[in-house]
Design a protein around this ligand. Structure first.
Ligand SMILES: Cc1cc2nc3c(=O)[nH]c(=O)nc-3n(C[C@H](O)[C@H](O)[C@H](O)COP(=O)(O)OP(=O)(O)OC[C@H]3O[C@@H](n4cnc5c(N)ncnc54)[C@H](O)[C@@H]3O)c2cc1C
Ligand code: SF4
Length: 317
């Protein structure tokens, strides 16, 4: 690990200012992703700004009838919160499908949203990787790509967004709140938060340099049955090959987002108009334009089958 300096910020605006002031500074929350990347020297921040003691660890009701989840709420606390379990079950289920109990005790809402890809070539510093070293190429294209994305990809990068929590937040129409060094706060829909790779796969989200996430807001509950089905190589402690986050109403209508197949949680709102026609119709629209490789073509039918299983469970529940 490369040497770095460390400070504890006194407020969110101070934290944002501290990161904005130095070219190679980063926030640290639970550290479960960042410290691994630092040990492997995939990331080498010269300065860390600790955001753990800023009072951002609360879940509050909003005047609109939703909830505001502080950026530092631990994954375990979020998944077990009574309101989340009752009104946003898809979120609770997605979180407990991820990582392990120990990791979830440390991992935070903001850190989870910002976790980096698990593309094996990103982790191997001997390999070309446009995300790790812009302009160096992409060893995954033409390499072994079983885990990688089938849609939303570019000629520069075919990595997936690996997380579970954000897939549920996407189906819940969450918003991400951020603060910059000047103390200005802005909120954007999660739909626009994670970026597709295009020609700049190293730019993964809508945060400006130094901007810090302060909260994630969920709109008022929409009812329905909530599902998170995760298909993976092991029954626990493994990333999704395909995951389906769904909220299905009694009349069969609903919302669906897919994980494990794209550089961001994948949702196509127009596809949801076909819910009453069945999983084949929805999956066809969700995956229109997919560009699977030889190794990961199995993900295309797997999306349809997993969505079909969720819809069948909704009918019988
Ligand atoms: C073995 C293992 C298995 C895992 N399995 C899964 C899994 O199955 N599913 C899954 O979803 N996840 C999985 N994870 C990932 C895990 O969920 C993340 O490591 C965790 O959520 C990151 O949260 P953190 O608070 O520790 O983030 P950190 O490591 O502290 O930070 C991550 C990134 O976010 C930035 N950051 C943190 N807070 C803020 C903020 N407030 N504003 C702006 N930037 C910020 C940091 O600078 C850093 O770039 C796994 C991790 C491990 C190690
Ligand atoms: S797919 Fe993306 S993360 Fe993986 S090697 Fe290519 S550029 Fe890097």
């Amino acid at each position: 690990m490369k040497p770095f300096t460390y400070e504890r910020a006194g407020s969110p605006a101070e934290a944002a200012a501290a990161v904005a002031r130095q070219p190679n500074a980063k926030f640290i929350a639970g550290g479960t992703n960042l410290l691994d990347l630092m040990k492997l020297e995939i990331e080498a921040p010269q300065h860390l700004v600790d955001v753990n003691h800023l009072g951002l660890d609360k879940i509050d009701a909003t005047p609109e009838g939703g909830v505001r989840i502080g950026a530092l709420v631990r994954n375990t606390d979020l998944a077990s919160d009574e309101r989340i379990r009752r009104d946003y079950g898809v979120l609770s289920r997605a979180i407990v499908a991820g990582a392990s109990g120990q990791l979830r005790n440390k991992a935070t809402t903001a850190g989870n949203l910002l976790q980096r890809t698990r593309c094996p070539y990103f982790y191997d510093t001997n390999q070309a990787c446009n995300k790790r070293r812009p302009g160096s190429g992409c060893a995954a294209i033409g390499g072994y790509s079983r885990q990688l994305a089938v849609i939303g990809v570019s000629d520069a990068c075919i990595a997936t967004y690996p997380g579970d929590m954000a897939v549920a937040m996407r189906v819940l129409d969450a918003s991400v709140e951020m603060i910059n060094a000047a103390g200005a706060v802005r909120t954007i829909p999660i739909a626009g938060f994670h970026r597709l790779p295009g020609t700049t796969p190293h730019i993964e989200n809508a945060l400006a340099p130094g901007e810090m996430i302060t909260a994630v807001t969920l709109p008022k509950p929409v009812g329905g049955q909530h599902f998170y089905h995760k298909v993976r190589d092991r029954a626990s402690y493994a990333y999704a090959l395909v995951s389906v986050a769904a909220i299905i109403q009694h009349d069969g209508s609903g919302h669906v987002a897919i994980g494990g197949i794209a550089p961001r949680p994948w949702r196509v709102e127009t596809a949801e108009a076909s819910m009453l026609q069945g999983s084949k119709a929805v999956a066809a629209q969700l995956l229109a334009g997919a560009k699977p490789t030889h190794d990961n073509a199995f993900k295309v039918p797997l999306v349809e089958r997993t969505l079909g299983a969720v819809m069948a469970e909704a009918r019988t529940a």
